[in-house]
Design a protein around this ligand. Structure first.
Ligand code: DGJ
Length: 756
């Protein structure tokens, strides 16, 4: 895709410059004539970034402030974006500094909207007013904009980088202290996004343990809506993603509607695995602003002279194809730019995981016996979960002691790993590196290594404490044992778990005014360990798990290949969770195990085919106790795993359409994924508890080539007898297909293949 980006910018310090980006290259035009013409037409600079189907623009107003100008569908290449002009004061109560939208608002000069930045200086001054200094291209579609306080030596560099294909813009800030004394950064957003007054709906994801990924939708009303984690980690309770839909129903005062396949949507996701906050604000002038970054709650980053604080990246994008279009853009972007194996991550192997079958009761003979059964149905990777190390018999002991338990594995892990390899699978292992049980050798030796406030209780959760990864010796210990484990054993995969959130987040080895740096340094060290491990052991793949989906965000996904969305593996509950998950994250990373029925959490009984099809919508795994399966179960699983392998690339890399949502008491759930080349589509359909003999409605598919011929084949189930075996894309999309699916917890799946 050809990117057309034009930037005109001028330094307010005097020098002026015209830059053009045409056909993929930045060129400098120092011609005095061009510069003079631009200067006359436009007194202040305007910056414009184009990518995919979107344009983002901002400018410097006559007061020297950086002001958002436009974010939305792509504008004409030659359209001239008018220069920024500050807004007037509102009566005598709101100064222009607070009525004028700021690209990165600092708290000072009477700002009453949400600040991006708040600083306390050594002398007690807390007033910061940022003005534009200069803009510098940092890449073909990237720009750094330097701002400075009006009198103090505080510099903020705003970074912008637009993805050519998706139009997703990466934004972050770097705050630099050039004062002679340290300052305290109390609030530092990655970015602020502004939309003009209109009727909008907000979508966001909340949840809890075993109940993650609930999609919430509500009108954006006056005031602030805060979505956050104060937990030191991403959290199950809210996920750092949002979408804002413009209501185009023209319903006047009626309900505000967020369209699935139509309408404008602006969305964002924060790449950070620590405490975070989004503030969605409708100002008194009805503009909508989203501020996101480090959570300012209990935040206080001491910044010594000469040092800088880099915020995480806040990605933002735009689609005019509703929430469906927005999530398809995000999925493509994650695959192309975020994941460690980007731009071409391998489809995930079909795994077996031991947790639900054997819990802590793992041993050599038991795991080998299950491995044989897993191999017989076509599993590619055998993962031994919790229980293999230290004195681990249950969750009361062992975390921190990462040596192989010699009672369970008298000859180490090698015999099991060799056996798994001989069965044609690779081997994966569970670890929970950041945690320690008080009942462990590590804690007995280093009680000072955990997060704590001296002299205060240390709150345990699941009988464990959090190691303070901000400490260099803890970071080295964790890297050291993992490196040793991976060096000494042929391990292809780590399931990296994290089973509690922070309490008493003290770090008493550093001075009191530096202790709150833990919120930043802990996460940086986590990322550094992951990066270093991947570098040293490039074949090892990693899953991010936190008692299910407690650590899923675009930050951790730069270092991990997949995530565990929830400990709740009930196949019906998973339909709604997977639906919610898919608004923000690609099915490529969405691990989904088939486990036992009735389910341990809610006692719901479902057929194996239903369970398989529910899990096949993501990256498939098996977590059932295979010792309890009969011959028919093995045959069903083997058949469906083979079918899954055949269509997996379409499912995890294609364009996802949520045809019928399982949310809100829906009797049905249907997803369709279309390969990017439109050669194949895969559809999964489920009924929950249908009433009055109702069956699944006629399914009109999406995204096919209307002129191509597609052949229908069923993976599971069947259509009405008069359904054509082959028909045009137009037929499948307009006439549709009737599956005649009715009853409780029934499922069907089919594929359409283009006929050449
Ligand atoms: C929580 C994870 O989400 C489970 O899958 C399992 O690994 C347990 N921890 C093991 O303790």
């Amino acid at each position: 895709m050809k990117i057309h980006l034009k930037m005109r910018f001028f330094s307010i310090l005097g020098a002026s410059l015209l830059l053009n980006f045409l056909g993929g290259r930045l060129t400098e035009a120092h011609t005095p004539a061009a510069t003079a013409a631009a200067t006359a037409a436009q007194a202040t600079p305007v910056f414009r970034l184009d990518g995919g189907n979107s344009t983002y623009a901002f400018g410097v107003n006559e007061r020297g402030e950086l002001q958002p100008l436009y974010w939305g569908g792509r504008l004409g290449a030659h359209d001239n974006i008018p220069a920024a002009h500050s807004f007037p004061e509102a009566a005598s109560f709101d100064s222009p500094y607070t009525t004028t939208p700021q690209e990165y608002a600092s708290w000072g000069a009477g700002l009453f909207t949400e600040p991006a930045l708040k600083i306390t200086f050594a002398d007690g001054n807390r007033d910061v007013v940022l003005k534009f200094v200069r803009a510098t291209p940092s890449g073909p579609q990237s720009l750094d904009v330097l701002l400075k306080d009006i009198s103090r030596e505080i510099y903020v560099t705003l970074r912008y980088s637009m993805d050519a294909e998706s139009g997703i813009l990466a934004r972050s800030a770097s705050i630099e202290n050039k004062e002679k004394q340290a300052v305290l950064v109390e609030q530092a957003a990655a970015a602020q996004w502004t939309l003009p007054p209109a009727r909008y709906a907000l979508s966001y994801l909340t949840g809890r343990w075993a109940g993650e990924w609930t999609l919430n939708q509500e009108p954006i009303a006056g005031g602030e809506r805060v979505i956050e984690s104060r937990r030191g980690t991403t959290g199950h309770q809210a996920n750092p993603w949002f979408a804002i839909s413009r209501d185009d129903s023209h319903a006047g005062g009626g309900p505000i509607v967020a369209g699935e396949e139509h309408g404008e949507v602006w969305f964002g996701a924060l790449a950070w695995s620590g405490s975070w906050r989004f503030t969605i604000e409708k100002t008194q002038l009805d503009a909508v602003r989203v501020t996101g970054g480090f959570n300012p709650f209990d935040f206080g980053y001491k910044l010594p002279p000469g040092e800088h604080l880099d915020t995480p990246i806040f990605y933002g994008g735009y689609s005019d194809h509703g929430l469906g279009g927005a999530s398809r853009l995000l999925h493509r972007f994650e695959i192309a730019h975020i994941l460690p194996q980007a731009p071409d991550p391998k489809p995930r192997p079909v795994i077996y995981n031991s947790w639900e079958a054997t819990e802590f009761r793992v041993d050599e003979a038991g795991q080998e016996a299950i491995a044989e059964k897993a191999a017989s149905i076509g599993v590619n990777r055998f993962v031994m979960d919790d229980g293999w190390f230290g004195q681990r018999k249950d969750d009361h002991a062992g975390l921190g002691d990462w040596y192989v338990n010699s009672e369970k594995f008298p000859h180490g892990l090698k015999p099991l790993i060799d056996k798994v390899h001989s069965l044609g699978m690779d081997f994966g292992l569970w670890v929970e590196p950041e945690m320690v049980n008080p009942n462990s050798d590590l804690y007995r030796k280093h009680p000072e290594w955990v997060l704590n406030f001296p002299g205060r209780p240390r709150s345990e959760s699941r009988n464990q404490l959090v190691l303070n990864l901000a400490r260099p010796e803890v970071r080295d210990y964790i890297f050291g044992f993992l490196d040793k484990l991976l060096t000494e054993n042929d391990i292809a995969f780590l399931k990296w778990d994290y089973n509690r959130n922070w309490s008493e987040p003290g770090w008493d080895q550093v001075p009191a005014d530096e202790q709150k740096r833990v919120y930043v340094e802990f996460i940086r060290n986590l990322y550094a360990i992951l990066a270093e491990l991947r570098k040293k052991h490039p074949k090892v793949e990693i899953e991010s798990c936190s008692g299910g989906g407690g650590r899923v965000d675009l930050g951790i996904l730069r270092y991990t290949d997949e995530v565990w969305p929830s400990d709740n593996t009930d196949p019906f509950d998973r339909l709604a969770m997977q639906d919610g998950f898919s608004y923000a994250y690609t099915p490529q990373i969405m691990m989904a195990w088939v486990t036992d029925s009735p389910h341990w959490l809610n006692f719901r009984a479902t057929s194996l085919a239903y369970r398989m099809l529910s899990s096949m919508q993501g990256s498939l795994g098996i977590g059932a106790n295979l010792n309890k399966w009969n011959a028919e179960d093995f045959a069903t699983a083997k058949r469906l795993i083979a079918a899954y392998h055949a269509v997996q690339p379409t499912i995890v890399r294609g364009d996802l359409y949520r045809l019928i949502s399982p949310r809100g008491g829906s009797e049905f759930s249907v997803t369709e994924t279309v390969a990017r080349d439109k050669n194949q589509a895969v559809v999964f359909a489920f009924t929950q508890a249908t009433q009055e003999g109702r069956g699944l409605p006629l399914l009109q598919l999406e995204g096919l080539d209307p002129d191509a011929e597609y052949k229908l084949s069923f993976i599971e189930g069947q259509a009405r007898p008069d359904t054509p075996v082959s028909a045009s894309g137009a037929w499948w999309m307009r006439h549709g297909i009737d599956l005649d699916l009715r009853g409780d917890f029934r499922a069907a799946a089919f594929q359409l293949d283009r006929q050449h």
